[in-house]
Structure formats: structure tokens, C-alpha cells
Design a protein around this ligand. Structure first.
Ligand SMILES: Nc1ncnc2c1ncn2[C@@H]1O[C@H](COP(=O)(O)OP(=O)(O)O)[C@@H](O)[C@H]1O
Ligand SMILES: [Mg+2]
Length: 366
């Protein structure tokens, strides 16, 4: 349990303890397996809290991230109090001085959330019931944010899921070929070129611009002991965008039976039962907030984001592995192949999948 003793260091712990009024006996333990921030559970006496060090390499404007988190959690809290949102809401715990976060002299940013006891996250799903719960939870989240004006939450990462920008970056990397890998992945680059087609379909759409989660993965929703979705977490990327990417990322991460870097390409498939359960839950959670154009393009959203991920992995491979952490030499190319295979499977099944998306529960109000 080395990490407990070394992170955060003693000076940082003292600063955190005095900022939040913790006793010298407070214990810091790693929590969860998130890849972006560093998350710890702080146990002090009988009380537990969630401490996070923000990743300021990824989030270049941490003050804006904190303002967004505050705006979103405050809004969700009001929705819950009014009986319009049935899920728990992350509760930001300000410092004793009333600041939303603690900024230390080494420029690190720390914030505290109330700990939700008896909850857990899942990295994979095998049961339709869990897919449905995740869909309903994230759908209800989108519905609850419908009343929050799009300009009350700022953009924290520009062009985050922008298909055009991602495609342009891929083309630049292929043409630049800075590490001489382009001839070794011609087939993958040709397959990725098929993405241009759906980018064009995307450009033709006029979709509502909403405040969305932007990192809708299964492990960003807490489940309770009964297996019910309890609380949407990881709110740092909440910003204006399209709901299609939220639903799409859920599909991308739930329906594939293998991990996104698996080389077992022949095992990749779209598990229809999980897709149907996820879509049913999402439509139910969104309720009347889901517009007809969004509903009709939910599967396009899944194809768009899966293609975006394929492009990003392939771009990074062509660029010499500068962004995604790799554990083996061809890792990014393997990830790209995996996501291209899923992208193709989603394309083949698109009509069939879209037919599995239920009609809005309350059609009279659509
Ligand atoms: N309020 C909370 N109560 C209980 N556990 C939490 C809470 N917030 C986060 N966690 C745990 O910490 C993990 C990482 O948190 P998350 O905000 O998703 O960070 P990251 O950006 O690194 O993914 C989660 O997967 C979950 O296990
Ligand atoms: Mg997370």
C-alpha cells in the first residue's frame, strides 16, 4: 500500500487538512481507477470524502472546470429538490474559507466531494438490466440539464468531439507521416477514409446544442448495492455539445464484448440485447426532452464517436504515439483496428439498430 504513504506528500496533506479542517489522523486512500484525475478517499474519524487532484494538463482552465461543476451540481440539486430528478447529485465541499478548490504553490488543484457510500462503478457490462440502468441514468441527466442555458457552462476542451477537426487532424498526420509509419497502415487509413462519408451526414444535421456530459462511459455512473444507477459522476467535461456523442459513447463502450485495445477482432460485434436495453433506458430517461431529430440519429452518434476514436488512435500512431499511453509498440494501431472493426459493425447494423430504438415514451408531447 505504498501509494497511501506517498501520494499526496506530507506537505500537501497538511495543506489539504488545514483547508478542509481535517484532523492530523485523516487517512488518504486511492479510490477507483479513473485515468484522468487522481482520486482519493479521505477518511477522517467516521467521515469519508472524495478528494481529487485535477489533471491540469488535460484541463487547461481548471477555474472554468470548477465553475462548470458548480453550475451543473447546483442546477441538478434544484431539479432534485423540485422532484424532477430522481438521482443523487455530486456535492462539492468548499474549503473552510469558502473556495471551491484549493490551489497549492506547485499549481496543483484539489477539490473535495461528498462520498456516496455503498456505491461502485463497473467497467464492463454483461447484463441488459445494467445497460438499461446506465442508459436511464445518463438520459435522466440529459433531461435534467435541459433547463440550464447553454451559455452558463463554458467550453473546457475546444473541439472535443468535433468529427471535422478529428478528421482533418488524421489527414494532416497521414500526409505528414512524421515517423514513417504511413506505408505500414495503408489498409487502416483507407478504412478510416470511410469516415468522411458520415462526417458529411453529420454536417447536414441541425441538432439542438445542449449541455451534455461528453464522457458517458459506464464507469462514470455510480451504482448502488441493488444494481440501480445512483449518481452520474466525472462532470469535468460537461459543456455544450451534442447528445448524440453521449449516447454514442455509451454504445461504443457497452456493446463491444472485448476491450477497446483487444486484438481479437473476430470477437468484435454489436451485442443487440445490450444495445436494445441501453437505448430503451436512454429514451426513457430523456423523456420528452429527446427531439425527433436526435432520436432518429442516435445510431449515427454511435458511429460518429466510434469513428472519432478510431481516427484519434490512428492519428496518434502516425504521429509517433504522443497522446495515448502505450504499453506495446503497435498499441495505438491495435486500438485503431479494434475501433475500425466496431465502426464497420455499427455501420452494417445501423438500420437494424435504429429500429431497436423505442419511440419516445410520451409521443403526444413530441
Ligand atoms: N462521490 C463519490 N462517491 C464515491 N465514489 C466516487 C465518488 N466520486 C468518484 N468516485 C470513485 O472515484 C473514481 C474516479 O472518479 P472520476 O470522477 O470518474 O475520475 P476520473 O476523471 O479520473 O475518471 C470513480 O470511478 C469512482 O469509483
Ligand atoms: Mg471517470
Amino acid at each position: 500500500m505504498d501509494a497511501i504513504d506517498t501520494f499526496p506528500d506530507a506537505t500537501t496533506r497538511d495543506a489539504i487538512a488545514s483547508a478542509w479542517g481535517l484532523s492530523p489522523r485523516a487517512q488518504f486512500n486511492p479510490l477507483g481507477n479513473g485515468l484522468i484525475n487522481r482520486t482519493l478517499c479521505v477518511r477522517d474519524g467516521g467521515r469519508e470524502r472524495v478528494l481529487q487532484r485535477l489533471n491540469v494538463e488535460v484541463f487547461r482552465s481548471p477555474d472554468r472546470v470548477m465553475r462548470n461543476c458548480h453550475a451543473v451540481t447546483a442546477h441538478l440539486g434544484r431539479e432534485r429538490a423540485a422532484g424532477r430528478y430522481a438521482y443523487s447529485v455530486l456535492e462539492l465541499l468548499p474549503t473552510l474559507g469558502g473556495a471551491p478548490a484549493l490551489v497549492l504553490p506547485d499549481a496543483s488543484w484539489w477539490r473535495m466531494y461528498a462520498y456516496l457510500p455503498d456505491t461502485c462503478t463497473h467497467d464492463t457490462v454483461s447484463e441488459p438490466a445494467m445497460a438499461r440502468e446506465a442508459g436511464r441514468g445518463f438520459g435522466a441527466f440529459a433531461r435534467a440539464l435541459d433547463g440550464l442555458p447553454a451559455d452558463s457552462v463554458g467550453e473546457v476542451i475546444p473541439a472535443f468531439h468535433d468529427p471535422d477537426a478529428r478528421y482533418a487532424a488524421f489527414e494532416r498526420a497521414r500526409a505528414g507521416d512524421r515517423v514513417g509509419r504511413a506505408t505500414g497502415c495503408i489498409a487502416e487509413c483507407e478504412a478510416a477514409a470511410a469516415y468522411a462519408e458520415i462526417v458529411a451526414a453529420w454536417q447536414r444535421l441541425t441538432l439542438p446544442r445542449r449541455i451534455v456530459h461528453n464522457d458517458c462511459k459506464l464507469n462514470n455512473i455510480l451504482f448502488d448495492a441493488q444494481g440501480h444507477a445512483a449518481c452520474v459522476i466525472d462532470l469535468d467535461t460537461v459543456m455544450p455539445g451534442s447528445l448524440l456523442f453521449d449516447f454514442g459513447d455509451l454504445v461504443r463502450t457497452l456493446v463491444n464484448p472485448v476491450a477497446e485495445d483487444s486484438i481479437e477482432l473476430d470477437r468484435i460485434q454489436v451485442r443487440r440485447d445490450l444495445f436494445a436495453a441501453l437505448a430503451a433506458g436512454y429514451v426513457e430517461g430523456c423523456g420528452s426532452v429527446l427531439s425527433a431529430i436526435e432520436r432518429a440519429n442516435l445510431v449515427l452518434g454511435a458511429r460518429l464517436i466510434t469513428g472519432v476514436m478510431a481516427l484519434r488512435f490512428l492519428t496518434d500512431h502516425l504521429d509517433g504515439d504522443r497522446y495515448f499511453r502505450i504499453e506495446r509498440p503497435q498499441h495505438n494501431l491495435e486500438r485503431a483496428r479494434n475501433q475500425l472493426t466496431l465502426f464497420a459493425a455499427l455501420g452494417d447494423a445501423a438500420d437494424e439498430l435504429q429500429a431497436l430504438v423505442p419511440a419516445e415514451p410520451d409521443r403526444a408531447r413530441a
